[in-house]
Unconditional design. Structure first.
Length: 315
């Protein structure tokens, strides 16, 4: 079948060019006939027939774009979300490029109040509305400073029922209608609806307020939420026992000991430059110069040594 003006063509499609009309962009003509070399629609203008290869723009998020995303992973201080849709974007029906498919929301960009852990205001599989604030080196988003931003839909971590808003207990703004689960989410005004209907539920987020004593005891000061597996995160709920490996790691970090290994032994010695008492991580070797931290900094900066002044004073 030969295509004419207005038809949609793909590479290799036969094209009928009327007499007096020249082949333009996207069309190849030779003695055997004319064929399209690109995908598009045949158009004719000013005596030239060509292929209009216009296509929807790439559906890539930009700074200021509002996205609909699903919480994919909870880290100690960030929530990793998977971009599902970009609101008000040309070509929004197209998939988001793989390189722009995930964004991080830092815990300080959740809501205008103190949050020690990302899992205290979001949980895995929550659907959120957020705004893109950075593109490089990776996408970063925020749910602060706009009542339309925040969690739109959340499931009960214990039984899987859709959560509903609740104002019975301060700092527990969502509750499960099936079981006894209550928790906190950084709610959007569109929570439970998917779009804004004029209602204002921001008072349930209690921005700027101190946490109640009951809620304070449930916050993840020990980083509880991030280490839970997806299965445990939806089965254990708020009450659970911290794994021994994580408990040792947290204890070591609080002592400044790294990841739970033995603390490095420090050996007492004397600095050969300033002759002050110091400690070094390696056992001193006789005859090898030892420098304290201050002297090492001075040597790096090219400052004169103190030993010359000390020797001159003694002489």
């Amino acid at each position: 079948m030969t295509a004419t003006v207005g038809d949609f063509v793909s590479p290799g499609s036969s094209v009928a060019i009327p007499d007096g009309i020249e082949a333009g962009d996207g069309i190849h003509s030779d003695s055997s006939g004319s064929v399209a070399v690109v995908t598009g629609t045949l158009v004719q203008s000013d005596g030239t027939m060509s292929v209009d290869a216009s296509r929807p723009s790439v559906n890539s998020p930009q700074i200021g774009d509002v996205i609909i995303a699903e919480v994919n992973r909870l880290n100690p201080k960030t929530a990793e979300v998977r971009v599902l849709h970009i609101e008000g974007k040309d070509g929004g029906h197209r998939d988001v490029p793989a390189g722009k498919l995930f964004a991080d929301i830092f815990v300080t960009n959740f809501v205008d109040r103190f949050l020690p852990s990302a899992g205290d205001a979001m949980r895995k599989r929550d659907v959120v509305r957020a705004r893109i604030v950075e593109l490089e080196p990776m996408l970063k988003a925020t749910t602060r400073d706009n009542p339309e931003l925040g969690v739109l839909h959340a499931l009960c971590p214990q039984c899987g029922e859709d959560l509903e808003t609740s104002s019975e207990t301060p700092d527990f703004n969502v509750a499960c209608p099936r079981c006894d689960y209550t928790g906190y989410r950084v709610l959007s005004n569109g929570f439970g609806r998917g779009h804004v209907l004029g209602s204002d539920i921001q008072s349930l987020n209690r921005p700027g307020a101190r946490w109640s004593s009951e809620a304070e005891s449930m916050l993840g000061h020990d980083g509880a939420r991030p280490y839970l597996s997806p299965l445990a995160d939806h089965r254990r709920g708020m009450s659970h026992e911290m794994p021994d490996s994580v408990r040792r790691q947290r204890a070591a970090q609080s002592r400044g000991g790294g990841r739970g290994g033995p603390r490095r032994e420090m050996h007492p010695t004397t600095c050969t430059l300033c002759e002050t008492k110091t400690k070094v991580p390696l056992k001193p070797t006789p005859g090898k110069p030892i420098r304290c931290r201050d002297c090492m900094d001075k040597v790096k900066e090219g400052k004169p040594r103190r030993t010359s002044s000390l020797r001159s004073a003694r002489s």
